[in-house]
Design a protein around this ligand. Sequence first.
Ligand SMILES: Cc1cc2nc3c(=O)[nH]c(=O)nc-3n(C[C@H](O)[C@H](O)[C@H](O)COP(=O)(O)OP(=O)(O)OC[C@H]3O[C@@H](n4cnc5c(N)ncnc54)[C@H](O)[C@@H]3O)c2cc1C
Length: 394
Amino acid sequence: MMAAISASEAGWNVTLIEKNEKLGKKLFITGKGRCNVTNDCEASVFFDNVVSNPKFMYSAYYSFDNNMVMDMLESLGCRLKVERGNRVFPVSDHSSDIIRTLENKLKSEHVKVLLNKTLNDIVVREGKVTGAVVDGKTLECDRLILATGGKSYPQTGSDGKVFDILKSLGHSLTFVKPALVPLTVKDEWVYNLQGLALKNVAFTLEGPKQKTIFSDQGEMLFTHFGISGPLILSASSLYSKKAFGQECMGYIDLKPALTPEMLDKRLLRDFESNNNKALKNSLDALLPKALIPVVIELSGNDPFKQVNLVTSAERERLRGILKKLPLHITGTRGFSEAIITQGGINVKEVDPSTMGSKLIEGLYLTGEMLDLDAYTGGFNLQIAWSTGHLAGIS
Ligand SMILES: Cc1cc2nc3c(=O)[nH]c(=O)nc-3n(C[C@H](O)[C@H](O)[C@H](O)COP(=O)(O)OP(=O)(O)OC[C@H]3O[C@@H](n4cnc5c(N)ncnc54)[C@H](O)[C@@H]3O)c2cc1C
């Protein structure tokens, strides 16, 4: 939609081909239905949040950055607001308002929109695009912009089939993997904690050879298969990048604000105020109830031991688990639950200053289909807006 709008503004006669019965099916579900449309941050923060190929994004971002996206949407009548973490949403909290705003602009730009039409092939003559095959019929064109997405949430339309067309034309794909996706773990105690959310915890992921590949603080959630929540989704992008398909260790620091010494003092204080109680009944102020038996068991301590009899060695074991609760990560929940696709068309085959294919004249590639992905916060849509706009004006 963004590519169609900017191409039309640049004076081209534009037809938009969409295989769904309506536009923006994925946009509709973004930001839990509120659409985190971009991030109101400095340019350096945007690039820091792009996980794959941030340098490729320079021209596209500077030609249409977050401020330009916000100015455009507001000038078209869609009021925006900035929330925690500089995340930008429509004031209405409805993603449908973003879709409607773009649809209205497509209308006023006289873009011809073909719904329920699938691109099945691309006609190339002497290295140049001459047509798009849509449901078996060839539509002639001078230029073709692809914005068909990756492979995640295929029910929204992005099923990755266009990758096969591009491969048949000589383009290559980097390894395509789910990212920003919940992680599966094999520790059974996790499944019993499903629904429990932890705030202000730290999570560290160790890749092959015990190398730390991710470490950050935030919120996470236990589920019936493993772990999820914002902190884990971010961790998954690094899991997919550096350890995809491998079993690796994750560690939760349940008390990241406390040093081991501070935590020991805290434990002693809690034990003192629960003097005659069993260990299992003395940690209520420190931990969510459901987590207490797990922590005690993993620390190898006796849950029934009276706290005034707990030795310093036993306390140290408890502290060890509180600071480094181990999880055996086995994989991801796959494309059906992945917010983003990592990997895609090799960016080396695309001119970053136009989004034009270096292999086929008149073909432009944009958005999630490219080997570009970012963390949550509005950065992935910004990639789509920026690359779509640059392809349109090119
Ligand atoms: C649950 C969820 C929540 C998300 N929330 C956010 C968020 O809040 N903020 C953020 O920045 N990012 C978010 N994202 C990521 C963001 O939605 C994507 O990065 C972005 O939509 C990619 O845009 P795109 O145009 O490249 O592809 P898509 O949005 O996937 O659009 C591709 C379009 O091409 C159509 N298509 C595909 N193949 C064909 C074909 N052969 N013929 C015709 N049409 C075709 C599809 O039907 C689809 O409409 C979220 C993703 C998911 C799954």
